[in-house]
Write a protein that binds this ligand. Structure first.
Ligand code: COA
Length: 382
């Protein structure tokens, strides 16, 4: 008979809630106040005044860039937009029905073979790799989408910033300035979020002194789950299933009575509105108005009102981004890869920070299994 383990020596905190597992200057979440800062700057200021490229510099360097430094970073990034032809050829062999987030994960892993500095973990080389990865994510995601549609990937335009270039490579035509701006701010809002599941994953892998490609490949896998970055796609699927505004009340009440989680609500840290959702709610409205269809925005507001009333839960970053991207005509299953196009900046910042003062991350488990069992030869087992 299995004997219950003695569990007095360790205690666990489910899901590591409230456990501080790293020191970092990169970002901080105040769940009670609904506040998010990157390297000391409030996300609202950055969303209003900054650009994604400037935020990338900030996350990697702990300070805002000078004009010369920002120009240099933009040049470095744009020179790395293009993918090695071997990786495009590899992507062309993937099944057409493969999920784009999985295509991104596998392609990022393959990119390592074509980066001569991949295994060099010095700050200088790791920053160079971080630039390559951050520059290549939009090219990978849009190439994945075009290849599955039987189209050739669009060659990136080095004159465009990351946001405008993404929309250009997705559609084959330059985006309007307003759309490119909305997308740029969405990238700022998703750039970093303290020790979320994918960032923690990246740090754990980097902590073994594996290279950046390994850490980022693992982070993409963590992001893909529906409880993390996969939520935004599922939000839009839900809105489409609801179909009409008047169905929202009965749909949500049935889902809650069946104990289903409503995607895009709740958060492990925030106990009030996620400050990122505040901006995305505005974009969901403006993109709806621009496209002449505010139905999805109104339905989102209705669902948010019901969730507040019934569960006391607020929308998180994934809720209003869904209707925003939908109104921009972006395919649903690209929403999570877009999250990665932004979060690569935070993941790489965390990996750089981890390398700079590394300690292998190796917690303990509370053993709750059997002990002192007698080994029975297989011939005697019943
Ligand atoms: N819909 C319905 N109920 C929810 C909910 C949601 N989205 N999120 C949390 N709850 C409820 C749980 O059912 C639970 O209720 P109970 O105590 O009656 O069982 C309670 O709130 C606590 O939920 P729990 O999952 O333990 O909280 P958590 O802090 O571990 O969860 C999330 C955080 C993000 C995983 C969770 O809110 C969730 O699954 N949200 C949906 C997925 C999502 O949007 N993820 C993106 C996060 S940015």
């Amino acid at each position: 008979m299995a004997e219950k383990a003695n569990s007095t020596t360790a205690s666990t905190t489910a899901g590591l809630r409230g456990v501080t597992a790293a020191s970092s200057t990169i970002s901080d979440v105040n769940g009670e106040k609904g506040e998010l800062i990157y390297q000391g700057y409030n996300i609202h200021d950055l969303a209003q005044h900054s650009t994604f490229e400037e935020v990338i510099f900030l996350l990697w360097n702990k300070r805002l860039p000078t004009a010369v430094e920002l120009d240099q970073l933009k040049r470095d990034l744009s020179q790395c937009y293009a993918l090695p032809s071997e990786v495009i050829e590899l992507m062309q062999r993937f099944p057409r029905e493969a999920d784009p987030i999985d295509v991104l994960r596998t392609s990022v892993s393959a990119l390592e073979f074509y980066d001569p500095y991949a295994r060099d973990l010095s700050r200088e080389a790791a920053v160079r790799t971080a630039i390559r990865l951050t520059a290549q994510f939009p090219t990978l995601v849009t190439a994945a989408d075009r290849i599955r549609r039987g189209l050739d990937p669009i060659t990136p335009d080095p004159k465009l910033n990351i946001a405008a270039n993404f929309l250009f490579m997705l559609r084959g035509e330059r985006p309007l300035a307003e759309e490119a701006h909305v997308f740029d701010v969405a990238l700022i809002l998703h750039a970093d979020h303290e020790l979320n599941a994918s960032t923690f994953t990246a740090r754990v892998v980097a902590g073994t002194l594996a290279d950046l490609y390994g850490a980022i490949t693992a982070a993409i896998a963590a992001l893909s789950g529906p409880l993390h970055g996969g939520a935004n796609t599922n939000v839009m699927r839900m809105l489409l299933e609801i179909g009409e505004l008047e169905n929202a009340e009965s749909y949500i009440s049935r889902a809650l009575s069946e104990k289903r989680k409503i995607m895009g609500f709740g958060h492990a840290v925030y106990r009030t509105e996620d400050p990122r959702a505040t901006h995305l709610r505005g974009f969901s409205r403006s993109m709806g108005e621009r496209g002449g269809d505010t139905k999805w925005h109104e339905m989102s507001l209705k669902v948010a009102e019901i969730m507040r009333r019934e569960k006391g839960l607020y929308p998180n970053v994934d809720f209003f981004s869904a209707s925003t991207y939908y109104m921009m005509g972006i395919p649903l299953d690209l929403y999570t890869p877009i999250f990665a196009v932004s979060r690569i900046s935070g993941w790489t910042a965390h990996v750089l920070e981890q390398y700079a003062d590394n300690k292998l991350i190796r917690p303990r488990a509370e053993y709750v299994g059997a002990r002192d069992l007698r080994y029975v030869p297989i011939s005697e087992r019943t």
